[in-house]
Ligand binder design. Structure first.
Ligand SMILES: [Zn+2]
Length: 291
């Protein structure tokens, strides 16, 4: 039986058009070392694409599969930052990395709300056992974040955003992804207009994981950080103020630079400090982002 708050039959009020999301897939050396890796990778993406098409009329299309070498013993945060910096997105909407045997604790995936880069971890101790840690579940979870989905509160338990399998979405995130399904990935969170941000906040206010900072505020703050670093101080500060207004309770939001510069270092963009990780939801990220 579905848990309370879940919507197992999400095929209502579907838009007529299919939104195609193009992906550049990146496979690191340990993933590629496994026999049949590319067929498995394509199966994983197809499975999740079919789920998204049924639920949201969103279809994932693999534009290309790129080989990448990480090297041994690289932490998850570093992997995401390097992926972002070393592999161009090109003309794709999003970049998705697949890695094997690189899990850290209970972190199976990593991305950023309204971002365009995600990592999926596979071949870890429990990814073959727990339904919420399969590659399909992790990919579904991380792709949902790219469309603005957040970790719901207890009413969303059993959703892919909170300990559930790939094809289970809670009612809040169903609305969020439908709201954002046409968003321009290249525009980042700045492409999410004021009305959409208000709508997102209204859904988020209904309930969410209690131990995490507001991820929309985090995404806006990180966009502001990136602008400041790029020399667009005025524009960047405006976004930082907007983030603080969205999440006044979180001192981290207002002092978003602190996660990057607590040691006095210069501000750095999001990739160094704000990642979302974990496929199961409701876990804190290692940094001020959210898990
Ligand atoms: Zn997450």
């Amino acid at each position: 039986m579905p848990a309370v708050g879940l919507c197992p039959e999400p095929a209502r009020a579907q838009p007529a058009d299919v939104r195609v999301l193009t992906l550049r897939i990146v496979a690191e050396e340990m993933y590629r070392a496994r026999p049949g890796w590319e067929a498995e990778l394509r199966r994983t993406v197809k499975t999740v694409s079919d789920i998204y098409e049924r639920a949201f009329q969103i279809r994932f299309v693999i534009q290309d599969v790129v080989s990448w070498t990480i090297g041994p013993g690289v932490p998850l945060d570093t992997i995401l930052r390097r992926l972002h910096g070393e592999v161009p997105i090109g003309s794709a909407d999003a970049l998705v990395g697949f890695a094997a045997e690189r899990c850290e604790g209970l972190n199976y995936g990593v991305t950023q709300l309204f971002g365009r880069v995600a990592m999926v971890q596979t071949a870890c101790l429990d990814t073959a056992i727990l339904s919420n840690t399969t590659a399909e579940a992790v990919l579904s979870h991380e792709m949902a974040h790219l469309f603005g989905a957040f970790h719901p509160g207890p009413s969303g338990a059993g959703s892919v955003m909170r300990y559930g399998p790939a094809d289970r979405f809670d009612g809040q995130n169903l609305r969020i992804i439908r709201l954002m399904r046409a968003r321009d990935f290249a525009a980042g969170v700045q492409g999410v207009d004021a009305a959409q941000r208000r709508a997102w906040m209204a859904v988020y206010a209904e309930g969410h994981a209690s131990d995490e900072p507001n991820p929309l505020a985090g995404a806006i703050a990180n966009a502001g950080e990136a602008l400041v670093v790029a020399g667009k101080e005025r524009e960047g500060e405006g976004l930082l103020q907007e983030a603080a207004a969205l999440d006044p309770k979180s001192a981290r939001t207002h002092t978003s630079a602190s996660c990057c510069s607590s040691s006095g270092a210069r501000r750095r963009p999001w990739s160094s400090c704000a990642t979302c990780s974990g496929s199961t939801g409701a876990r804190r990220a290692r940094t001020w982002g959210w898990g």
